[in-house]
Design a protein around this ligand. Sequence first.
Ligand code: NA7
Length: 538
Amino acid sequence: MSPTKPPVKKYDAVIVGAGFSGLYQLHKFRDMGLNTLVLDAGADVGGTWHWNCYPGARCDSPGYIYQYWFSEELLDEWNWSERFPAQPETERYLQYVADKFDLRRDIQFNTRVTTTVYDESRSTWQIETDTGESIEARYVVMAVGGLSEPNVPNIPGLGDFQGVATHTSRWPKESLNCSGKRVGVIGTGPTGIQLIQSVASETERLTVFQRTPHYTIPMKNWRFEEDELAEIRANSDNMKQLLWSTFGGLDFDLGKHSFHELSPQQRREQLEKLWDNGDLAFWMGAFNDVFTDREANEYQADFVREKIRERVNNPQVAEKLAPKGYAFGTRRVALENGYYERFNQDNVDLVNVREIPIERITPKGIQTADGREYELDIIIFATGFDASTGIFKHIDTRGREGVQLADVWAQDITNYLGLQVHGFPNMFMVLGPLSPWAFCNVPTCAQRQIDWISDCVKHLREHGRDSIEPTAQAQVEWTTNSDELASQTLLMETDSWYLGANIPGKQRRFLAYTGGANEYARICAEVADQNYEGFTIV
Ligand code: NA7
């Protein structure tokens, strides 16, 4: 006898993902009276902050800007312990929010969405999960995060390794310890940097396989005293206004002046001042032409290289660690804390795999092209993500006429406002490609998008409409506009995950809207005001 399939569960909305975005979207939909279910592959809430639990993982935006704004009570109750909270604290915060607002009762964990298919005749989505369930919902919100699909490079021999190998975002919680071990780390982006500086001293030997050195800023972190917390609380209304008004949804804006307006002394002072702040303001806040003017950019890049050289004892190692050959800030700048000093330790080696590539993984470790074998107990892939679109290779998402989203995006990563794709009615994305997500403080961008999505759904319901999707034309115009903005910058010249350049075969398109989170929000509001211009509502 074949097992009977459980009956189809019916909801108004399904949200995929119980991270920052999914939790807030659930709260909003619930407030609007929508019967909503959240599905998440993880064992608990947190999304990015659940999965990325590698040693040293830390938020590089201050907690008081990387948070929710929808509840005064929550703002009053929660105390960030330090300026840049470590991963466990941000994860605890999200758990606290889930408990406080009783969100868990509508979240199903350990459930991976495998298929979402649009039924045009009924304007609903049919969702299947790896737990064998079938769910029907009018609306689907993909709150899957922009960096959730790990990129593990296809290095020959990967399966042969007899030690432990893991990607940073799949770190086995509590069961993997680098202490006293011979550890190899592949990748020196923001994740690799956090990990390396955190584990270097406890390993027996740490071998860092670096292909491209990263531009960094020394993080200034400290624990908050009571009076600082009181000040943060008293200032929270102003802070929200500020985040809502700036280019990056951050607590600072782009630099006021162009590099060329300032005297040599003023330029230096500006950089020294921001360097001393120890936050991301040095990335975007120094000169307003840092992303467009080669001379401005090179000046800032030189400044960073000079600072790195001062900290590394061996000049040859310092040269390897100094980023060159690509513009400052065109990859996400990392905040570091003692990273460079780790390379002064006797137990830390730096291998330049740009010069001597990794040839294969062996049962014992990693072998490079010069025939050398590095014997290792643990290999850590800090090799980043297939950003924005990668996860849709595993969520078979089919819109009208069975068209598959992964197929559409294999040709052309396109959408309207980063929120919806033509042919996929009633499917919304939070932090989707071509929205400012990667160039924005994620919670700012996510909350504003979720407010927009919620208002849009409210509009449909109030007007008795079944579905919304962008027109093909609006989508082309948005995509072209996004491309044009990016093409005016140095960002297009650097191979980065922003451009999909880290994934073989991926379309080279800048994956984020670079016109500013403030301008983006203005455009989205205007579109809604003009009766959802560019969308077809049926
Ligand atoms: P990133 O920034 O994409 O960094 C990945 C790193 O892994 C980077 O140094 C890559 O070198 C390296 N990499 C990738 N594949 C290989 C191979 N095959 N061999 C050697 N090295 C390799 O990811 P992160 O996780 O650090 O950061 C992602 C975002 O999280 C970050 O931007 C913040 O927003 C938070 P490459 O540069 O490609 O030469």
